[in-house]
Design a protein around this ligand. Structure first.
Ligand code: 16C
Length: 258
């Protein structure tokens, strides 16, 4: 299924009209499709090294440098019982929850709400000594591929949020006291329903969310490699644990949103 799946077509079918009409759409469709494809690819080829393992959570990286800057791609997988892929992506995408779980944030501004499923952000992140403070401008798009009959691991159903840097004339890079970082990030969730729930009402105990999170962050300007690698080694696991615990807490008494 994976090789033949036309992700562009599926993403288009899920998008709102306001997103489809926007000038960014062709880029959004291309980047989101590419991110979904690579998130689903597995670790097969490429020199992925495991650098964090904590229960079901596994984090892999590739050591890559561009112009002397560390841009190590990250690929993380996790499994969390009791939440759905839709719930996962809901809390990641919608800005009203971001300060609750995003520990690296100093400020978040909504630059433009293009549509219910596409938002433009400007974020300022916490400073890490001795480097300069960083900021980012990016679009964020929420998408899903439904498959009501077959919520198994090899069906294409999934929810995803993709964040991708974009230049905004209203927020030129390095205009303030921050150095602009460039990011491409996907958070993807697939809901697996236990076969034991067949023919009866599904409970939170019956569902498991298979999570894939991939990130490439270019620090945009000088930062010592050792500091950078130490920071992401600490921050990525902290994020994924904290964020999934947050979604579990928020949803535990709510009806399941498949
Ligand atoms: O995906 C995540 N968050 C999303 C919503 O905010 C969004 C943003 C991603 C930005 C990630 C880069 C932030 C780096 C800023 C500096 C970190 C400060 C840490 C201070 C701690 C007190 O997609 C979850 C993001 C999870 C965190 C990732 C951290 C990755 C660090 C990579 C190195 C950045 C270069 C820093 C240069 C000094």
């Amino acid at each position: 299924q994976t090789a033949q799946t036309n992700w562009g077509e599926l993403i288009r079918a899920a998008a709102t009209n306001a997103s489809l009409k926007h000038a960014y759409w062709p880029e959004i469709e291309r980047v989101v499709a590419e991110q979904i494809r690579s998130a689903r690819m597995g670790l097969g080829k490429g020199a992925w090294q495991l650098f964090v393992e904590d229960g079901e959570m596994k984090m892999y990286r590739r050591e890559v440098e561009e112009d002397g800057l560390v841009v190590d791609p990250l690929k993380a997988t996790h499994q969390v019982k009791g939440i759905t892929g839709r719930e996962l992506c809901h809390y990641f995408f919608y800005p009203e929850y971001r300060y609750d779980w995003e520990g690296t944030l100093e400020t978040m501004n909504i630059v433009d709400k293009i549509a219910e499923d596409t938002i433009l952000f400007h974020q300022i992140h916490k400073r890490i000594w001795p480097a300069a403070q960083r900021d980012a401008t990016f679009w964020s798009h929420l998408t899903h591929v439904p498959d009501e009959e077959n919520k198994s691991e090899d069906s294409p159903h999934m929810w995803a949020t993709v964040n991708n840097s974009v230049e905004l004339p209203s927020h030129p890079p390095n205009g303030g006291k921050q150095v602009r970082i460039y990011l491409t990030i996907i958070l993807m969730g697939q809901t697996i329903i236990s076969p034991a729930a067949k023919g009866r009402e599904i409970k939170r105990d019956d569902i498991t969310c298979k999570i894939t999170y991939c990130a490439v962050v270019n620090p945009g300007g000088w930062a010592p490699s050792s500091v950078l690698r130490a920071v992401y080694k600490r921050e990525y696991p902290k994020f994924l644990k904290r964020f999934t615990a947050y979604v579990l807490e928020k949803t535990k008494n709510l009806p399941i949103k498949l």
